[in-house]
Write a protein that binds this ligand. Structure first.
Ligand code: NAD
Length: 317
C-alpha cells in the first residue's frame, strides 16, 4: 500500500513509519520538523520504499499525490509549559495543524478514496470527571484555557473527521492516544518520563509539578504502534473512535520513585507549585473497545519499558 504518515519524523510517527516499512508498504513521511528530528528517521532512510516530504500540512499536499492510507499524526504534543517544543509555546501552529491541516488531509483522503486515521488524544477528555475514561465520555475541557489550543483543536479535528465519515462515507477512524513513552522522545520537549529519566541520570532534582498525586497511565511505544496499525487495517473499524493506552495507573510521584530506583539515582524528588493550569488529576483509558474490536491491549510491562527507555537515554542523551 502507499501510505502517508504526517508527523512521521516525530516520536510515535517515526516508529510507525519503520513498522509500516517492515510490513512492506511504501511510506511517505510528511513533516515540517517543528518538533520532529532527522535523527528519528535515519533507519527509515535505509528502506527504498521510504520517501520524505518536508512540508507543513496546514497547506495542501500536491493534488496528484496517490495514496491508499493516511495516518495523520502531525501536531506538537508536549504539554510542558517550560518547553519551547510544547503546544503551549506553539499555540497557533497547534491550532492550525489540527484544524486546517486535518481538513486538507481529509480532502486528500477523500480524493483518493484512501483510509484515514486521526491521531487524537486523551486530552479531549480534559480534566475528566469520569474514571476511567471510555469513548462515550464527552470530557471536561476548558474552551479558553491555555491548554485549549491543543485540547479543543484535537476535538475539532475529531469533528472534521466525523463529518467526512458522515458526509463523504470516508473510511476514517479516530485513535484517542493516551500517554506514550519510549526511545526517541526528545529531552527538549520535556514530557514527564523523559524529564524524570534525564534528571535522575544527571543527578539533578526530579521535579514534580504539584503534589504528585495526579495519576497517569503510560503505554510503551511498540504497543502504541501495534494499536495504530490494527485500528487502521482491521475490519469493522470504519467510523470508530478507539482509546489506545495502557491501563496500569500510577501517581506521578510513584513514577518518579520507580525511575529513581531503576537508575540507582541519588537525585532528590522535589515538588514545584508551578502546576500547569487545567492539569488532569486522573488519566486512565477504558480499553474495552480496543480489546473487542482490535484484540489489542498494551503488553509491555512497565518496568521493562522503563528499563529499555532508560538504556536508550544512557546511550543517546
Ligand atoms: N506521545 C503521546 O503521549 C501522545 C498522546 C496523545 C496524543 N498524541 C498525538 O500523537 C501524535 C504524535 O505525537 P508525538 O508524541 O510523536 O509528537 P512529536 O512532537 O514527537 O511528533 C509530532 C510530529 O509532527 C510534526 N509536525 C508538527 N506540526 C506539523 C505540521 N504543521 N506539518 C508537518 N509536520 C508537523 C513534528 O515536526 C513532529 O515530527 C500527535 O498528533 C499527538 O497529538 C501523542
Amino acid at each position: 500500500m502507499k501510505i502517508i504518515v504526517t508527523g512521521g519524523a516525530g516520536f510515535i510517527g517515526s516508529h510507525l513509519c519503520e513498522r509500516l516499512l517492515e510490513d512492506g508498504h511504501q511510506v511517505t513521511c510528511v513533516d515540517n520538523f517543528s518538533t520532529g528530528s532527522e535523527l528519528n528517521i535515519l533507519e527509515c532512510q535505509n528502506f527504498k520504499k521510504f520517501t520524505l516530504i518536508r512540508h507543513d500540512v496546514v497547506k495542501a499536499l500536491p493534488k496528484n499525490l496517490k495514496v491508499d492510507a493516511i495516518f495523520h499524526l502531525a501536531s506538537p504534543a508536549s504539554p510542558n509549559h517550560h518547553s519551547k517544543l510544547s503546544y503551549l509555546a506553539m499555540p497557533m501552529e497547534t491550532m492550525l495543524v489540527n484544524t486546517q491541516g486535518t481538513l486538507e488531509l481529509l480532502k486528500l483522503a477523500k480524493q483518493n478514496r484512501a483510509k484515514f486515521l486521526l491521531a487524537s488524544s486523551s486530552e479531549v477528555y480534559g480534566d475528566p470527571k469520569e474514571h476511567p475514561q471510555n469513548e462515550n465520555y464527552n470530557g471536561n475541557v476548558s474552551t479558553t484555557g491555555p491548554r485549549s489550543v491543543y485540547d479543543e483543536s484535537k476535538r475539532f479535528a475529531e469533528t472534521f473527521t466525523a463529518y467526512f465519515i458522515r458526509k463523504h462515507t470516508l473510511d476514517a477512524r479516530i485513535a484517542r492516544i493516551f500517554n506514550t513513552y519510549g526511545p526517541r522522545m526528545l529531552k527538549a520537549d520535556m514530557r514527564m518520563i523523559i524529564t524524570f529519566i534525564t534528571q535522575a541520570l544527571e543527578g539533578k532534582s526530579i521535579t514534580i509539578f504539584g503534589n504528585g498525586k495526579q495519576t497517569r497511565s503510560l503505554c510503551y511505544i511498540d504497543d502504541m504502534v501495534e494499536g495504530l496499525v490494527r485500528l487502521m487495517f482491521s475490519p469493522r473499524t470504519k467510523g470508530q473512535i478507539v482509546n489506545l493506552g495502557a491501563t496500569e495507573e500510577h501517581t506521578v510521584l510513584e513514577y518518579a520513585r520507580m525511575i529513581k530506583k531503576i537508575t540507582y539515582s541519588q537525585s532528590p524528588i522535589t515538588f514545584s507549585e508551578d502546576l500547569p493550569e487545567d492539569d488532569p488529576k486522573k488519566r486512565r483509558p477504558d480499553i474495552k473497545k480496543a480489546k473487542q474490536l482490535l484484540d489489542w491491549e498494551a503488553g509491555v510491562n512497565l518496568k521493562d519499558g522503563l528499563s529499555k527507555m532508560i538504556e536508550y537515554c544512557k546511550q543517546n542523551l
